[in-house]
Design a binder for this molecule. Structure first.
Ligand SMILES: Nc1nc2c(ncn2[C@@H]2O[C@H](COP(=O)(O)OP(=O)(O)OP(=O)(O)O)[C@@H](O)[C@H]2O)c(=O)[nH]1
Ligand SMILES: [Mg+2]
Length: 188
């Protein structure tokens, strides 16, 4: 089984830490049912998540959230983790890109950074499986995934772009994110 590293990126206050907490809870069969307070992530937070796939298969992955306030240093964090790859153990990298569905004003910057990190063969996250997580989807006037997808990719990339609506305050879509991670983990 290859080593799996999942980067959780997104603008400040988009809901990354809250999402990670709910993923950890749901992976243990529980769900947080009250809103929680999270301190802003200063730098990087690393945790482990175990996901289950069909047939009883399980995979443990390393989750790395980078705070939105250090967006200027995301690349150097990622590059230093990529350098740690050893020839003996294959490492797969995935990206959970969290977007605040209730903050349309953040969309231009959020999508520009996503494209910068993922588009083109030289991009830092080129070739990674990526899921755009539209967080806080139960908020009033939340944007839908169809409304935001055009910002994040064009043409064939747009058609292939995976996105999910989620709300970590009530658990909506958290199971879908876990399922996406499990499928990605066991995809050849
Ligand atoms: N309405 C709503 N608010 C949420 C949800 N998830 C998180 N929040 C709130 O959004 C704020 C920011 O959440 P965080 O998880 O700390 O955001 P973050 O993306 O980790 O922020 P940084 O670490 O600073 O980059 C907090 O006040 C959360 O309680 C959600 O599903 N719905
Ligand atoms: Mg955080």
């Amino acid at each position: 089984m290859p080593q799996i590293v999942v980067y959780v990126l997104g603008a400040e206050s988009s809901g990354k830490t809250d999402l990670v907490r709910q993923l950890e809870y749901l992976s243990k069969g529980k769900l947080l049912s009250v809103p929680t307070k999270c301190a802003p992530t200063m730098g990087q937070e690393v945790s482990a998540l175990t996901v289950s796939a069909s047939g009883g298969k399980r995979a443990t992955m390393e989750l790395r959230e980078l705070g939105g306030s250090v967006v200027n240093t995301w690349e150097s964090f990622i590059v230093s983790r990529k350098i740690k790859k050893t020839a003996a153990v294959k490492t797969k990298f995935f990206l959970l890109y969290v977007v605040d569905a209730a903050a349309p004003h953040q969309l231009p910057l959020a999508s520009t950074v996503f494209r910068y990190l993922t588009e083109g063969s030289e991009a830092t996250c080129a070739g990674w499986r990526a899921l755009v997580v539209l967080q806080k989807c139960a908020s009033a006037d939340a944007m839908t995934q169809e409304e935001v997808k055009d910002y994040f990719a064009d043409g064939k990339r747009r058609e292939a772009l995976c996105a999910v609506e989620a709300d970590s305050w009530n658990g909506v879509g958290i199971g879908d994110v876990l399922q996406w991670l499990a499928e990605a983990a066991f995809h050849p």
